[in-house]
Write a protein that binds this ligand. Structure first.
Ligand code: DP6
Length: 327
């Protein structure tokens, strides 16, 4: 019996300039550029073992056997790497998140980044951030950004550009900011991102305007990060978030991810700003509000958000490192 094994640790990320829409569905290329912050301590740890004794692939997510879509998406990554490495052993995948699935942070980004890196490394091939990022992007575009720590951009893709990968804007030590997540509910989301963005593209009258404004907003976020200018990043981030949600809401049927707690938390962010705190909000395809602020203000922001009506709890994250591999 022969075994090939590796473990990868990837962090979740939050988009400061949002991705919503695809320019090429089979290659999963984004129609808009996005920029994210990699988050510590929200991690996925994934171990992949190619084992000649296995007769089928085994995928375990958080201690449970993965079935359906989750299994299919994971097997696609295994098959892709097997084809490149010319290996035909079956694999055992064991993946676990140290943050709850309903925490308001997507586990698919860190999950697919860790899966690609662990599978690749288990075959004995050398680390290749660009190849990993492109492969993770094909599984879930936000996952392309979790290969790198700190501030990361994923350019929009021209149809057919199979190699499109994310790249670093600035490392985790560049800027000591915090993301405070206000958790608005515990349930899983109604409509996932992949399905939601296809619906928006096909039915939302605001899809084109959203795509058209995304380049300038991403550029503003990028410049704001480089200049460590929180108001610049924050204003562009809020507009990117609200333009994306306007596009979502105007889909048919409408994608309304907001809950009462969402509005309360957004109101709190606005009030804190009036009180002189530099804090700005973003949201993804769910009701949770994520507030960007300076490290020195994080406690005050977390307390105010936790005290907002209907907000369940908060989590605070700081800039995280590059994906790590252990063999
Ligand atoms: C709203 O990366 O989950 O969180 O590529 O279809 O897997 P797929 O979509 P996914 O979309 C994330 C959308 C978002 C914004 C963002 O993270 O940029």
């Amino acid at each position: 019996m022969s075994q090939l094994k590796a473990t990868a640790i990837a962090r979740a990320n939050i988009a400061l300039a949002k991705y919503w829409g695809k320019s090429d569905v089979p290659l999963n290329l984004p129609a808009v550029p996005s920029i994210s912050l990699t988050l510590e301590p929200m991690r996925t740890e994934t171990t992949v073992t190619f084992d000649s004794a296995l007769t089928d692939d085994q995928v375990m997510l958080n201690g449970e056997v993965a079935t359906g879509k989750a299994r299919t998406r994971a097997l696609k990554v295994l098959d892709h790497v097997r084809a490149i490495a010319k290996i035909d052993h079956k694999a055992r995948v064991e993946s676990a998140n140290n943050f709850p699935t309903a925490s308001g942070l997507a586990s698919s980004a860190s999950g697919f980044a860790a899966l690609v890196a662990a599978t690749w490394s288990a075959t004995g091939m050398e680390r290749d951030n660009e190849v990993w990022s492109a492969m993770a992007r094909q599984a879930s575009a936000s996952a392309a950004r979790s290969i790198y720590g700190g501030f990361v951009e994923l350019p929009k893709g021209k149809p057919g550009d199979a190699k499109l990968a994310a790249r670093r804007v600035a490392g985790p030590d560049h800027w000591d900011v915090r993301i405070v997540v206000a958790v608005a509910n515990e349930g899983a989301k109604d409509v996932g991102s992949t399905e939601g963005m296809t619906l928006s593209e096909q039915t939302s009258p605001y899809y084109r305007p959203w795509v058209d404004c995304s380049d300038a907003l991403a550029e503003e976020v990028r410049q704001g990060i480089l200049a460590r200018d929180l108001s610049k990043v924050g204003e562009a981030m809020e507009q990117s978030t609200l333009a994306m949600h306007a596009c979502m809401m105007a889909s048919r049927p409408g994608l309304l991810y907001w809950q009462p707690a969402t509005l309360a938390a957004l109101g709190t962010v606005k009030r804190l700003r009036k009180e002189g705190v530099e804090v700005y909000a973003t949201m993804d395809a769910g009701p949770h509000v994520k507030a960007l602020c300076h490290a020195k203000d994080a406690e005050r922001v977390a307390k105010a958000l936790a005290d907002s009506p209907m907000v369940l709890r908060t989590l605070t994250a700081h800039p995280g490192a590059d994906l790590e591999v252990q063999k």
